[in-house]
Design a protein around this ligand. Structure first.
Ligand code: PGA
Length: 313
């Protein structure tokens, strides 16, 4: 079918009004111009769409079918127009954001708050580990990413927005929980629950211990922070997690932070996107929101950053 959108628009008006003069008037066209569009449409389709009986015009069966099609197209065009209008502002649209699993506790609180100011937006949130998130960035499958320090050789715009202190956790009855200034070497005798390959936390911890010449034994590998936190609380071993992920457990006393020398390891969380990315107004608004208000969504005390430097990724 070699029909044009214009022909369908003109036909839709004629079919709705069943009157060429009124249709021409509403389309700001002359009546012959309207007749010409309808004639061409009928020729393109190879069937008559309109029949004239006496002074009245009627739709043929093919005309009714094309009227249904043109109404659907008209309403879809209108819908798209509204969406595009919304995208020009910050009223509607979808915010596609991906976060490393450690950040999702923060991200959900921040998004809940952001949505109060932008109630019409749709949120598409992906939670994955560092490796998964880098893949999403590479595939251009996310607008914004909240993550640990991005690789230096990637073409990204990235800015740190919050400290991410990594702490050693233990159940409250663990013998080391009573000690202070625990030397790193003592950790070699402990077993650890560690995150999966591809986790940024794991990468940072491994490179820290290898720089210190310490080898710790990972007795169990788990692919979520939550599993590690529960496993440690159940006495399966020690863990190293972001302070931001254990707020509730510290409050209810099911976990304690061990006072290990050089800890916390203070990493940073970054807000990042591909450097050529055309961010929507909505994504820009969220970026600004995180920049200005991130601290509001973390109510636990920040661990001291004086003792340690940011871990390398
Ligand atoms: P992760 O990332 O959830 O993959 O451990 C945390 C980070 O890179 O800061």
């Amino acid at each position: 079918m070699n029909i044009t959108l214009r022909q369908l628009q003109v036909f839709e008006k004629v079919a709705r009004r069943l009157n060429f003069t009124r249709a021409a008037h509403e389309l700001y066209l002359t009546q012959p111009a309207v007749s010409m569009q309808i004639k061409q449409l009928e020729e393109n389709l190879g069937l008559p769409l309109i029949e004239r009986l006496g002074k009245k015009i009627y739709l043929t069966e093919a005309g009714r079918e094309i009227y249904r099609l043109s109404r659907n197209i008209a309403s879809q065009l209108e819908e798209s127009e509204q969406i595009l209008e919304a995208l020009k502002g910050t009223e509607g649209g979808t915010l596609t954001i991906s976060v490393v699993s450690t950040v999702h506790y923060f991200a959900i609180r921040a998004l809940a708050n952001f949505c109060q100011s932008y109630p019409k937006v749709r949120i598409d949130l992906k939670v994955t580990n560092r490796q998964g998130l880098l893949q999403l960035l590479e595939e251009n499958a996310t607008d914004l990413a909240l993550m640990g320090k991005p690789p230096a050789d990637w073409d990204l715009i990235a800015e740190p927005f919050m400290d991410n202190p990594l702490v050693v956790i233990a159940p409250p009855n663990h013998p080391l929980s009573k000690e202070s200034q625990i030397p790193l070497a003592k950790l070699e005798k402990e077993t650890f629950l560690i995150r999966e390959q591809g986790s940024g936390t794991r990468g940072a911890v491994e490179s820290f211990f290898s720089r210190q010449g310490i080898s710790i034994s990972g007795s169990m590998e788990m692919n979520t922070n939550t599993a590690i936190i529960h496993g440690v609380a159940e006495g399966l071993g020690l863990g190293i997690v972001s302070l931001h992920t254990i707020k509730r457990e510290l409050r209810d006393g099911s976990l304690v932070i061990l006072e290990v020398e050089s800890f916390p390891l203070v990493r940073k969380w970054y807000l990042a996107h591909r450097s050529g990315k055309k961010l929507s107004n909505l994504a820009e608004a969220f970026k600004e929101f995180v920049r200005e208000r991130a601290w509001e969504f973390m109510d636990e005390p920040q661990a001291s950053s004086e003792k340690s430097k940011e871990g390398r990724d």
